[in-house]
Design a protein around this ligand. Structure first.
Ligand SMILES: *[C@@H]1O[C@H](CO)[C@@H](O)[C@H](O)[C@H]1NC(C)=O
Ligand SMILES: *[C@@H]1O[C@H](CO)[C@@H](O)[C@H](O)[C@H]1NC(C)=O
Length: 230
């Protein structure tokens, strides 16, 4: 190697070592801050903390009690009712039946899952990155843990938040049977955006879009059908 480069590299590693040692020394000298008093009779460090600065015991509410509380709030019921009004026209179009097998992708806390169940749809599956039992199970929308063509209808209101929208779309299409329905609701938009979104669904044809109001927000519903032959 060229002598000049070697000297240069040596110098560089010397500086790197010096900076690293200094940082290490600083970290060593810094006392960590703690919210636990020094003379605390408990030994909070022996228990796993519930949060970074909480060592008071907290009651553990059972999940069904928690759900009962959540589902009886006015906000929850209003949203579920709004979803029921939203899904009714889909039923009227003959695209959603009581015996339809439905998946709600990125279902959040599960308003849409409860809405469909309340409408009489018997087989509704909700999935989300974080589960909310019993309405929503944990699954990655980009990698749905279901076989091909097992659902009659896939619904999502969260395509826009997907990390990889085209992957999200193709997973919805994959799990829906040929001739099934892909149903989206997105923020209110015009025809150009609708066309762009439909373009993500390469194995579906556009049926219709409508401007609607869902949970008080101006939205656009997009209805597609998956092609019969791949
Ligand atoms: C679907 O289920 C609901 C609720 O159980 C019921 O009221 C309705 O009549 C059913 N619809 C059909 C077409 O069976
Ligand atoms: C929906 O609303 C958007 C924005 O207001 C508008 O551009 C579009 O034409 C509307 N679409 C329909 C189908 O009415």
């Amino acid at each position: 190697m060229d002598r000049h480069i070697r000297i240069c590299l040596n110098r560089l590693s010397f500086y790197a070592i010096a900076v690293a040692s200094l940082v290490l020394l600083l970290l060593f000298l810094q006392t960590p801050e703690t919210c636990v008093p020094r003379d605390s009779p408990h030994k909070p460090h022996l228990r796993f903390p519930k949060s970074s600065c909480d060592y008071s015991p907290r009651e553990l509410v059972p999940i069904d009690k928690k759900n009962k509380r959540l589902w009886s709030t006015k906000d929850w019921r209003k949203k579920v009712d709004s979803y029921i009004q939203f899904f009714k026209p889909i039923q009227d179009l003959g695209l959603l039946h009581n015996h339809s097998k439905v998946i709600c992708v990125s279902a959040g806390a599960g308003h849409e899952v409860m809405a469909m169940s309340n409408m009489g749809i018997l087989d509704v599956t909700g999935v989300e990155l974080i589960d909310s039992p019993p309405l929503v199970s944990r699954a990655d929308p980009h990698n749905l843990p279901f076989f091909d063509h097992v659902f009659d209808l896939a619904f999502s209101g969260h395509l826009a938040e997907a990390l990889f929208p085209s992957r999200f779309a193709s997973e919805m299409e994959r799990t829906v049977r040929p001739g099934g329905v892909c149903l989206l609701v997105v923020e209110r938009c015009g025809d150009i955006e609708v066309k762009e979104i439909v373009g993500l669904f390469r194995n579906s044809r556009f049926i219709r879009s409508n401007n609607v109001t869902l949970t008080g927000l101006p939205m656009t519903i997009i209805i597609m059908r998956t092609r019969k032959s791949p």
